[in-house]
Design a protein around this ligand. Structure first.
Ligand code: BG6
Length: 503
């Protein structure tokens, strides 16, 4: 039987050339490496997207022989890859993988790492680029970066050296500034890749395509036509085994200061001159500069109480393992921000995020102003609701435009209908995981989808006063039942007739 013709819509999914690279994962046996980084490398390998020569080094504390690291990495890929692992691809990926054990603050470990990397260069007969991925507890970020500097690992004649830094980039503005000072004391900004995995999500990048590749949206993209914007990052999961981290972080720092501010910046930025890293990031930073820290009456925090999520009884936050009984850490945060510039003055931006909500949904909903005159309010017409454009980041990646349409029949009745674009059905392929895109971009030296130094600080400048205020305000916090849409207190943020979208 003849082969079916290729789907023309998948033609754009090609892979880009990458210089031969050694990738070092600090925290190579940790949770993030197991769940995300190693599976992402496998999937890049399966797509033929890794460089022709690619060598992997894991660095962690526990003493393991190379063989054991390879076995653990293999098991992690088999458990967490988005596609079933092909043994041939997996073996090829890990064939020469090395493991270096040691404490990140132990100077004796770095010469061993150096020797492993030099060994890869020798075998390849060329200088490989080097990428260091800091997937460790944040207190080790400055420690590792300084050690790389002391041991001559931040530069390599004839090859590029890059450092990827995981979140959180500081837990306050002062810490973020200090970390930037340390990092930029040793590296050039062009070598630094501060990860925000939301920027690796297809739908997030698609916001730029929608805005700047289509003539029909940009003319409306301002205060004259847009009534309000709602950004929701709701999760049904609790904190799992992450109490140690989460109880010190809370929802505002965990998700809003970074991921949600990225979504807001992309939505609000001016068209960049081109899509180079600095042009795009400069425009995003300008948006952040136009936002003032929200006053108390524009912020709401809450904590989940026991409840039922998807048919399972779950404990309240303070009943989770490792959480203090009197914890005042918020698991839900909602704020209203204003972007005080020519384009957005007067448009409220409502942001909310929380754990143990009714379902997982991340979306950006742009609500347009209503039509000036409701000529359809007659004979039982339900009227015309304002148009909405909804970017669904997850779970059903796509874009929906809500329009008013006539209900068939003799009467002139109007209701909302959806025009939908869904990735899964249009492109007939699974979107790559965010980490696949980001690891690839870091290896290629493209920093467009990474947070720049001034950007990280500008995000903190907005959120830091809220974090500080909440730290000193006594509890108890408002509670919401696990599995519910969140606390009713969040409604108080909304102006006029605005309503939160259903979760
Ligand atoms: C992480 C947070 O950055 O993002 C987690 O630390 C959160 O608490 C996660 O669950 C959400 O990511 P995603 O890709 O599932 O929306």
């Amino acid at each position: 039987m003849a082969e079916p013709p290729p789907n023309p819509l998948t033609v754009g999914l090609e892979r880009l050339p990458v210089h031969p690279t050694s990738l070092v994962i600090f925290g190579g046996t940790g949770d993030l490496a197991r769940r995300k980084l190693l599976p992402a490398l496998y999937n890049l390998g399966a797509d033929g997207a890794l460089p022709e020569r690619f060598s992997l080094v894991g660095v962690s504390r526990s003493a393991l022989p190379d063989e054991e690291f390879r076995a653990q990495a293999k098991a992690a890929v088999q458990e967490f890859s988005r596609r079933p692992a092909d043994p041939a691809v997996l073996d090829a990926l890990l064939a020469d993988a090395r493991y270096i054990s040691g404490s990140f603050d132990d100077d004796a470990m770095y010469p061993r790492l150096c020797a492993a990397l030099d060994g890869f260069d020798e075998t390849a007969g060329q200088k490989l680029n080097r990428a260091f991925y800091l997937s460790t507890a944040p207190e080790f970020f400055p420690v590792i970066v300084e050690a790389l500097g002391r041991h001559g690992l931040t530069g390599s004649d004839g090859a590029a050296v890059r450092v990827v830094i995981e979140k959180p980039f500081g837990t306050t503005l002062a810490e973020a500034r200090e970390l930037n000072r340390t990092v930029l004391g040793v590296l050039d900004e062009s070598q630094v890749f501060r990860i925000d995995h939301y920027l690796g999500k297809e739908t997030v990048q698609n916001m730029l395509a929608f805005r700047f590749a289509n003539g029909m949206f940009e003319p409306l993209w301002n205060r004259n036509y847009i009534a309000n914007v709602q950004i929701t990052a709701a999760e049904d999961i609790g904190i799992g085994s992450r109490a140690g981290y989460y109880d010190n972080a809370g929802a505002l720092r965990d998700l809003m200061q970074n991921h949600m501010m990225q979504l807001l910046s992309l939505l609000c930025m001016e068209p960049p001159v081109d899509f180079s890293a600095d042009e795009v990031r400069s425009e995003k930073v300008k948006v952040l500069h136009a936002i003032a820290p929200p006053p108390p009456e524009r912020t709401v925090r809450a904590q989940y109480a026991a409840g039922n999520v998807a048919g399972t009884e779950v404990p309240g936050y303070t009943g989770e393992d490792g959480v203090r009984d009197d914890s005042h850490t918020e698991t839900f945060a909602a704020i209203r921000l204003d972007v005080e510039n020519w384009r957005w003055a007067g448009v409220p931006f409502y942001l909310r995020t929380g754990k143990r909500l009714a379902r997982k949904v991340t979306e950006i909903a742009v609500t347009l102003r209503p039509v000036p005159h409701q000529a359809f309010n007659q004979e039982g017409s339900v009227g015309v609701r304002p148009n909405q454009l909804i970017f669904t980041v997850q779970p059903n990646e796509g874009v929906t435009l809500k329009l008013g349409a006539k209900i068939p029949g003799t009467r002139m009745r109007v209701r909302d209908v959806n025009m939908e674009f869904l990735y899964g059905t249009t492109f007939l392929s699974q979107s790559p995981e965010a980490y696949e895109k980001l690891i690839m971009d870091a290896m290629r030296g493209d920093a467009t989808l990474f947070t720049r130094n001034d950007e990280a600080e500008a995000q903190w400048r907005i959120m830091d006063p809220v974090v500080a205020r909440w730290k000193h305000e006594p509890g108890p916090l408002p509670q919401y039942e696990a599995g519910s849409p969140g606390p009713p207190e969040a409604d108080a943020l909304l102006g006029g007739e605005d309503e939160w979208r259903a979760i």
